[in-house]
Ligand binder design. Sequence first.
Ligand SMILES: C[S@@+](CC[C@H](N)C(=O)[O-])C[C@H]1O[C@@H](n2cnc3c(N)ncnc32)[C@H](O)[C@@H]1O
Length: 274
Amino acid sequence: MIEEIAKKIAELKQEFAKTYNGNSHIQELIPVSNSKEFPIETIHLKNLHNFALKNPIYNNAFKQNIMNISTFVYEGDINEYWLNSIKHGSSCQPFYPTWIFSAYVVTLLAKNLGFKELIDVGSGDGRIAFCAKFLGLQTISIEIDDALIELQKKIATATKVDFNPICVDAIEFDYSSLKLSHPVFFIGGLPQMGGDILASNIIQKISLSKIKNNSGIVFAGTHSKRQMSNNLAHGGWSCVIDKNNLKVLKTISLPTTWTFDQLIDTPYIYTEFI
Ligand SMILES: C[S@@+](CC[C@H](N)C(=O)[O-])C[C@H]1O[C@@H](n2cnc3c(N)ncnc32)[C@H](O)[C@@H]1O
């Protein structure tokens, strides 16, 4: 079912991108209600809309019918936060969000795979941790940028979903201080653009801890041949996956703000240690 939902949102995005004639910096959509194409709990959809409505990066919303599905389109601007996020010496990747609906699908899949805790590493405005929290996982939302953490706290208060934002450099953070049983780490960066530094560092830390054999890592990859001269398999993460004895459990492709104008979406690769 999750794969079908992902396929459908990717189709809607393609159609939306073709017809979109606004000039907003970022834009994304969320279905208004559940349907046979989007068999999602009403309360979950309500939470997703609430995240957009309570998030000041969005400054406009309107209803649009796409492929006979009623959606809300949210338009916004992340320039200010993007600029802030690149000022840190050890920043591995600037702020660029996945779609809110995609954040929901990736966390739903993590929950279905049996993970109990989700550590969002480089969490931006916290959308992945937000979704994981209302789905019932324990969450930690790690972000280096203080302005983004303030934003996350504002959203957590306004939505009453406390997804546990922490302002810290993910490379410095002591993950063994967390009481984890079956965690999944979402790496908030693309390969060869800084995400690999973030990933290698975290994998190294997990490898030294007792939770290694119970841990999963989710990578956001790219299908773009332009960005990847080699290492194209697994969205550009094959070297990291092979080097660290990781096994791919699943891959799912979903819209993100950075692939809005592309025919391809962002692959999320779910792995665990062999
Ligand atoms: C591409 S954004 C991803 C945001 C979010 N995970 C999402 O999918 O919407 C990467 C985020 O990682 C943060 N970041 C980069 N380096 C970091 C580090 N060393 N420690 C913690 N956060 C970091 C950036 O500030 C940025 O917000």
